[in-house]
Design a binder for this molecule. Structure first.
Ligand SMILES: Cc1cc2nc3c(=O)[nH]c(=O)nc-3n(C[C@H](O)[C@H](O)[C@H](O)COP(=O)(O)OP(=O)(O)OC[C@H]3O[C@@H](n4cnc5c(N)ncnc54)[C@H](O)[C@@H]3O)c2cc1C
Length: 674
């Protein structure tokens, strides 16, 4: 069996190879896309308001009133026109129009006292009707909630934190090593502390109810299990076919919190469900959420990040919180797993076009029964737009659609309603999408709540606790993982929200807590999967607003000559294709091509329900390497569907050199070999 350390080191590889990512087609040629000095920033003015495929978007005039929040802008009320195409449920939700024929029958004017009496009666009647309606709606809603509870849904996210130990008197007054947060960075830190100081006594204090576990399978492999029981037990299949748990260590590995200090052998104990609310750096003391204080010798902040929500959902009724969720923890996975398998839940709507939204959308679309629809709503034109150059994010979007994702681009949620047991999201342009389950995946923010009260510095731009290259915030206090804003001596100040960074920075922090005094020089990598056929690994600064050069393997000779381009603000750019042997090389001026590509986008997104065609041959960016440039120096690399080449990417990045011909550099990656 692999040791845990080896496993963690190899996790990216393990998860990568668990899929059929290796293209089995014979790859004869290498096509070269050279997109020099092309800025792929997403330009708001570029946005289109087309209707995407396969959505339940309804006509603009048919917007049911929100029960839970006031619309943030004026939305037109329903017009009950005979030929309007609103669905029945929408009509039910609409008010009777003010200009209905009935209101045109004017009776003769009565005397004033009669008007007064009539007004009083009318007022009383309106009050009675409205309170009856409101209590009817309320009881309907309550019926719905209690029914769902009866159905067996547990809403784990909404459960109270389960503190263990239950009382802080069981927590030591003083510990040698204190780790705040029990995620990947903390796990990696205690492993390296224990390997350098085997008798170390480490206390982890974490807000979650669980021992440390890894998050990446929550949006990928756990959904690929065909046996739901295995997913419920949080086991997933690795690349070698064996199963493992998302938990890094079994419960038996950990010491009891109340025995930690007495133990001669040392150990790692985890206080779960507990939150650290303050750090007194001078006195080396922390305060827990019940006011209990404990002293430390060395402390690590590994508080990670929390999902952002959309302002429109911030004040939702408690009872709707299981319908509109964010996604970060194993509880979130278990809740979502329950709800998407509820036979009554047909429409799953994911909001966000980034890593998490795109991974979840692809995983769900591929693995849920056909009677369920998975929508992905995002404000950009294509998914992964902030990371991938536009031609590639367009290609990835098509791939996601082939997985079954119903993409709704260039859209934002402006409001929502819950009527007759149905939730509707009101999107930009007054489009409506019905949703049985909404998952908000719009990014995360670092958990730096502790900073103000503890007088710690955070970065105003990229967030996170400011630390030096040794990950030290103050004396005896380090920060690692998503919450750290560290100084990368090669690429400048950074904050990274990825697994490998959590592993490597956690490990380094652990080493430094035991006296190593080492700088953070390692370039961490990250990976993402869009279903089993598209996966990529990346390193360095991977930002689509940088100029990129992409080199792709092509499946056949006929694919070589034409390459898609991005809709850039640039008027022209060159696209080169060449056969690997160097016998064919072609440069295409692509301003016209870019325009025709725009046309294609439009028609595809207008004809929303029927994206069934395979990506066009010339769009086949199956495998390749993409270089991201800053001042002509390679600062980031994406390995697109090619694996086991990260060490080469790391070397290219480390050189920090200007390359005259990135085609030559691309050859190092032997992209045609797998
Ligand atoms: C669904 C999902 C899929 C992902 N997939 C990938 C992937 O494919 N590739 C990749 O590179 N990355 C991926 N990531 C990102 C990666 O998991 C994170 O970067 C990583 O978990 C960060 O580790 P961390 O230890 O810094 O923070 P976390 O894992 O967030 O752990 C922080 C812990 O600290 C606790 N905490 C916070 N504040 C306090 C406090 N005051 N007191 C006590 N405890 C506190 C939190 O409750 C939490 O348990 C994914 C993330 C998610 C959510």
């Amino acid at each position: 069996m692999l040791s845990c350390g080896r496993f963690v080191g190899r996790l990216p590889k393990l998860t990568r190879h668990s899929h059929a990512n290796h293209f089995s087609r014979p790859l004869k040629y290498i096509g070269i896309v050279s997109v020099n000095n092309l800025w792929y920033s997403s330009n708001a003015s570029d946005k289109k308001t087309y209707k995407p495929p396969g959505t339940t978007i309804k006509p603009e005039e048919c917007v049911p009133k929100s029960r839970y929040s006031q619309p943030q802008r004026t939305v037109p009320t329903c017009e009950s026109r005979p030929n309007a195409s609103c669905p029945p449920s929408c009509y039910e939700a609409c008010e009777e129009p003010a200009d209905s024929p009935k209101s045109n029958n004017k009776p003769p004017s009565p005397p004033y006292w009669k008007i007064l009496v009539a007004l009083l009666i009318a007022g009383a009647t309106i009050y009675a009707i409205s309170s009856t309606l409101s209590s009817a709606k309320k009881s309907e809603f309550q019926k719905d909630v209690s029914k769902r509870k009866k159905d067996g849904r547990r809403h784990r996210r909404l459960l109270d934190k389960n503190k263990s130990p239950p009382n802080s008197t069981f927590i030591p007054k003083e510990v040698q090593y204190l780790l705040i947060g029990g995620g990947t960075a903390a796990f990696s830190a205690f492993r390296s502390i224990k390997s350098r100081d085997p008798k170390a006594k480490v206390l982890v204090v974490t807000e979650e109810n669980d021992f440390p576990y890894m998050r990446p399978p929550l949006s990928k492999e756990l959904w690929y299990n065909t046996d739901r029981k295995i997913s419920a037990e949080l086991f997933f299949r690795q690349w070698n076919g064996t199963q493992r748990s998302i938990f890094y260590e079994p419960a038996e590995f950990y010491s009891q919190v109340n025995n930690l200090v007495e133990s001669d052998k040392g150990g790692v104990a985890v206080a779960t469900g507990w939150k650290v609310t303050k750090i007194d750096v001078q006195n080396k003391t922390v305060t827990l959420d019940d006011g209990y204080e404990l002293k430390y010798e060395k402390c690590l902040i590994a508080t990670g990040a929390s999902p952002k929500n959309l302002p429109v959902f911030e004040s939702i009724d408690d009872e709707l919180k299981d319908k509109i969720i964010t996604f970060r923890t194993k509880e979130d996975f278990l809740d979502l797993e329950d709800s998407v398998h509820n036979p009554k839940y047909k429409n799953i709507v994911i909001i966000g076009g980034g890593f998490l939204g795109s991974e979840l959308a692809c995983s769900l679309a591929r693995n849920l029964p056909e009677d369920k629809k998975v929508y992905q709503v995002y404000k950009e034109k294509f998914i992964m737009d902030q990371v991938l150059p536009q031609y590639l994010s367009e290609w990835a979007t098509k791939k996601a659609m082939l997985e079954g994702v119903q993409c709704i681009p260039s859209s934002e949620v402006e409001d929502y309603s819950y009527i007759n047991g149905k939730m509707s999201l009101v999107l930009s342009g007054n489009h409506i999408v019905y949703a049985d389950q909404v998952i908000v995946a719009v990014g995360v923010e670092p958990n730096t709540e502790l900073a103000t009260v503890s007088h710690l510095e955070t970065d105003p731009d990229i967030g996170g606790f400011l630390v030096n290259a040794e990950l030290e915030a103050r004396s005896n206090l380090w920060v690692a993982g998503d919450a750290a804003c560290f100084y990368d001596i090669r690429l400048g100040r950074r904050r990274v929200e990825h697994h490998d960074h959590a592993v490597v920075s956690g490990r380094l922090a652990g080493e430094n807590m035991t006296g190593a005094g080492k700088p953070y020089l390692h370039q961490s990598m990250f990976w993402s999967d869009l279903g089993p056929e598209v996966g990529y690994e990346a390193i360095g600064i991977v930002d689509s607003s940088l100029p990129t050069v992409g080199v792709f393997a092509k499946a056949s000779e006929s694919n070589v000559s034409t390459m898609p381009t991005s809709n850039s603000n640039e008027t022209t750019h060159s696209v080169q294709s060449s056969i690997k042997s160097g016998t064919v090389s072609e440069t295409v001026e692509s301003s016209d091509q870019a325009a025709s590509s725009t046309e294609t986008d439009k028609s595809e997104c207008d004809d929303k329900n029927t994206i069934t065609e395979e990506p066009k041959k010339h769009d086949d960016f199956g495998k390749g390497v993409i270089f991201y440039l800053r001042d002509d120096i390679v600062v980031g690399i994406v390995l697109w569907n090619i694996f086991n080449r990260m060490s080469i990417a790391r070397q290219v990045l480390a050189r920090g050199a200007k390359y005259d011909d990135l085609n030559e550099v691309a050859k190092l990656f032997t992209i045609h070999d797998d």
